[in-house]
Design a protein around this ligand. Structure first.
Ligand code: Z5A
Length: 212
């Protein structure tokens, strides 16, 4: 059995990850690839319970260290119960956010020591890394407007100030610059179809799958 591939999508608020993940899953499924869609925080029963603690309540509900530990605990459960079994079964897993979000939100955004975050990730993941990470990039104001229009901005992270969201954006771009083999940055300010075409092109070239 050939092990499946692991694709993660990252970006700031309202970047269009959820929209693009569904389109990518449809395109891969049409090629006969068995696809699992999942998300972080969440993706397993325990991780979804931790998610409820993370995304609701006051913006300052958790200190940065506690928040990073909660995300990392959720991630380990998600990997053990959902991601690794699916990959072992030859399925492709597409995940809405993964460990780059911890580095961007808790590290670049909240100012937590990045070496500490890297250590936490190594503890939870070992050598495991995504085969491909698609970073959807767009101006902060555009992303927040999209997210607010959709659900009223009740999410704990959406209510952080603009500077926080700008640090996030810079953080994701910095991550992409440091790991160009794993990451690809996509201009997400374009219409849905344009972003989709770019994603399919990158997946085709980087993972060697032909998507018709
Ligand atoms: N978090 C963290 O701090 N640390 C971690 O380690 C992890 C996560 C893993 C999870 O929230 C929160 O947890 C997240 C980071 C933090 N912060 N927040 N908020 P979430 O999963 O609920 O939220 P999100 O990941 O930010 O997703 P989102 O806001 O739902 O956005 P999205 O999935 O990227 O976008 P979308 O739902 O596809 O699109 C948003 C709207 O824009 C929607 O109405 C679309 O129809 C529209 N859209 C999409 N694409 C386009 C284009 N191209 N043009 C115009 N309109 C578009």
């Amino acid at each position: 059995m050939t092990r499946g591939r692991f694709i993660t999508l990252e970006g700031g608020e309202g970047a269009g990850k959820t929209t693009q993940i569904r389109l990518l899953a449809d395109a891969l499924s049409a090629c006969g690839i068995d696809v699992v869609l999942t998300r972080e925080p969440g993706g397993s029963q325990g991780a979804e319970e931790i998610r409820a603690l993370l995304v609701s309540g006051e913006t300052g509900r958790w200190g940065p260290v506690t928040e990073a530990l909660l995300h990392t605990a959720a991630r380990r459960d998600h990997l053990e119960r959902t991601v690794w079994p699916a990959l072992d079964a030859g399925r492709w897993v597409i995940c809405d956010r993964f460990f780059d979000s911890t580095m961007a939100y808790q590290g670049y955004g909240l100012g937590l020591d990045r070496d500490l975050i890297a250590t936490l990730q190594t503890t939870a993941l070992g050598d495991f890394r995504p085969d491909l990470t698609l970073i959807l990039d767009l101006p902060v104001e555009t992303g927040l407007a999209r997210a607010n229009a959709r659900r009223g901005g009740e999410d704990r992270y959406e209510r952080m100030d603009l500077d926080f969201h700008r640090r996030l954006r810079d953080g994701f771009l910095d991550i992409a610059k440091r790991e160009p083999d794993r990451c690809a940055v996509i201009d997400a300010a374009h219409p849905v179809e344009t972003v989709q075409a770019r994603i399919l092109d990158i997946v085709t070239r980087r993972l060697g799958v032909t998507i018709s």
